[in-house]
Write a protein that binds this ligand. Structure first.
Ligand code: PLP
Ligand code: COI
Length: 341
């Protein structure tokens, strides 16, 4: 397969239009058969539910070229499941798991020339999403929906790649205790836009959100979960009903336990205890594992011993093992890797 002429190694996390996208429509209580199309533009009613009341959900996963030249995707079944949970909470129809996986496969195949070659550090990011399309003016869910997947080749989410970042404790809340923080709805990201612009203007890379009810516990950032490493090498991750159940984080906890023999804990993490941790990282499909060197709490700095130059040693081992599994250098747990080609 001839690859496109793209400077793969210098890609950032941006949108590049690729050749084909998947689309399926839901009307009269059923999904149609779905197809791959060329047109990247969408024409909608001015009163479409997604435009008026933000009825939209999405997912994110990646396709990789492995060391031995296969094209693979990482745990698409978990994205399908999470999209189904998001759909239920948002009064949208479920797109069946098997159809989701089939659509992912078709999208990757149709855009194979955009799957970055092995060793470039880039990957093909897949964005499945669903939204309400018919006109709705009284507040209620749509009846008709569209499910799509597009693909775009991406590099690192944070400029500087694996260099530690600096984040701030946000004064804004990301999710309410009984709200939608645990699902992947566009509305969660809309309400974080002002907070991320503010953080960037102040010179920070990201926000750390605290729990909205007590503002004493660590939740997550706008687009990733946290992992911490204690001074005695335990991997700790926050447990909360208002954070997104990250597939990367769940995979990292398995890697820590089963591949690296480390103790792991998923529990409430109080902001007050993070000054005692040895390492901190953000994890997600886009973020992979991005090390955090410093947290700024209203002018007071928490500097992790791992410093601002490189990842801490445990974070590095987690990173190497996870990406080794994704790129086919390390044997994956059963069912984690779906081979496309
Ligand atoms: N938390 C939020 C708010 C996210 O948007 C994401 C990205 O998908 C994650 C966490 C990480 O989840 P995953 O590892 O499944 O990509
Ligand atoms: C992902 O990691 O897939 C996300 O959706 C996060 C987003 C901030 C890009």
């Amino acid at each position: 397969m001839d690859k496109k002429n793209i400077d793969w190694s210098n890609l950032g996390f941006g949108y590049i239009k690729t050749d084909k996208r998947y689309v399926s429509n839901y009307a009269d209580g059923a999904w149609d058969n779905g197809e791959m199309i060329d047109d990247d533009m969408i024409t909608l009613s001015e009163c479409a539910c997604v435009l008026q009341y933000s009825q939209s959900i999405f997912e994110g996963l990646k396709a990789y070229t492995t060391e031995n030249g296969h094209t693979v995707v990482f745990r698409p079944d978990l994205n399908a499941e999470r999209l189904a949970n998001s759909a239920k909470r948002m009064e949208m129809p479920v797109f069946p798991v098997d159809r989701f996986i089939d659509a992912v496969e078709k999208t990757v195949r149709a855009n194979e020339a955009y799957v970055p070659p092995y060793g470039t550090g880039a990957t093909l990011y897949l964005r499945p999403y669903m939204f309400g399309i018919n006109p709705v003016i009284g507040v209620k869910p749509a009846d008709n929906f569209q499910f799509r997947i597009f693909a775009t080749p991406v590099g690192p989410y944070f400029k500087g790649g694996a260099k530690p970042i600096t984040i701030k404790v946000s004064d804004f809340d990301r999710a309410a205790p009984n709200g939608t923080g645990h699902i992947k709805a566009g509305l969660n990201y809309a309400m974080s836009l002002h907070a991320i612009v503010t953080a960037h203007q102040e010179g920070f890379d990201e926000n750390m959100y605290l729990d909205a009810a007590t503002r004493t516990k660590v939740e997550e950032t706008g687009g990733a979960n946290f992992i911490f490493v204690t001074k005695d090498n335990k991997v700790v991750t926050p447990k909360s009903s208002s954070i997104l159940p990250s597939i990367t984080r769940r995979s990292i906890m398995t890697v820590a336990k089963d591949y690296l023999g480390l103790e792991t804990e998923e529990r409430e993490v109080y902001f007050d205890e993070i000054k005692d941790f040895a390492e901190c990282g953000l994890c997600g499909t886009a973020a992979v594992i991005s090390p955090v060197g410093k947290i700024n709490d209203h002018g007071k700095e928490i500097c992790f011993p791992s410093g601002m130059e490189k990842m801490g040693p445990i974070t590095q081992k987690l990173y190497d093992t996870l990406t080794g599994i994704q790129m086919g250098r390390i044997e994956a747990p059963k069912g984690w890797i779906k081979v496309i080609d």
